[in-house]
Design a protein. Structure first.
Length: 242
């Protein structure tokens, strides 16, 4: 693994958001992927929308890590633009919120169809959905990971955007919180048929408790925001839910 000062985030089109943490906004749907680089292990947050995109992310991560590999992969929620690249990370331990594995396996055709509906090539969507497997570890409550000099907490905070919302909290001052689509900055929060609008504000309360007032909150889509933005989005969702 590279030392902290050696990680060339900008050279690969990534944005540095913490001492050993970066993210990339993918083309197409402005979907965020995160990378946390420890001294012994590395965690990727979400995996892109196709096997090709996942493979490109894996290759970029390996260059950023100086030849290291992604050992952990956290999937924030079961939507195609966040999970269909996951099979491109063989050997990585994959994490998701409790219950997500059965949903991903049973919902492969729906994920494929959603991807095609949003413009993914049908063959690429079918290949990715067909290769998708259930995460090896499902998180209920919280799970702490030590990547070597970097502490990370995975937290099941849903339901909200979906029934299986996982956030990733990178310890530090300020902490960095990868929120998945519980928070969106580049557009209004998207509530599909699997959303839980009445429960979503409570999920954001749990997110805010994890990141605190100084946290850097990384939306699933859009620019990094502060606690005030997340609080305002929570209040809008609470009003909309009645």
């Amino acid at each position: 693994m590279r030392t902290t000062r050696d990680i060339p985030w900008a050279a690969e089109g990534w944005e540095r958001i913490g001492p050993r943490t970066g993210r990339r906004r993918l083309p197409g749907w402005d979907c965020t992927v995160g990378l946390v680089a420890g001294e012994r292990a590395a965690l990727l947050v979400d995996a892109g929308s196709t096997l090709r995109e996942g493979a490109e992310l894996r290759e970029q991560a390996e260059r950023l890590l100086g030849g290291g590999r992604v050992t952990h992969l956290a999937l924030t929620h079961p939507h195609f633009d966040h999970v269909l690249g996951a099979p491109a990370f063989p050997g990585a331990t994959v994490y998701g919120a409790a219950g997500v594995g059965a949903l991903l396996v049973a919902g492969r055709e729906e994920l494929r169809d959603d991807a095609v509906r949003y413009g993914v090539d049908p063959g690429a969507a079918a290949a990715a959905a067909g290769a998708l497997r259930a995460p090896g570890v499902e998180v209920s409550g919280t799970l702490a990971l030590d990547l070597g000099g970097v502490s990370v907490v995975l937290a099941d905070v849903g339901p909200g955007h979906t029934g299986q919302d996982l956030v990733v909290v990178v310890a530090g001052e300020p902490p960095v919180v990868f929120c998945g689509d519980l928070v969106e900055e580049s557009g209004e929060p998207q509530a599909g048929p699997d959303a839980h609008p009445a429960a979503w504000p409570g999920a954001l309360d749990r997110v805010l408790a994890l990141g605190g007032p100084t946290g850097r909150y990384v939306p699933g889509h859009g620019a990094v925001v502060g606690a005030a933005f997340v609080t305002a989005q929570r209040d809008v969702l609470r009003t909309a839910a009645g």
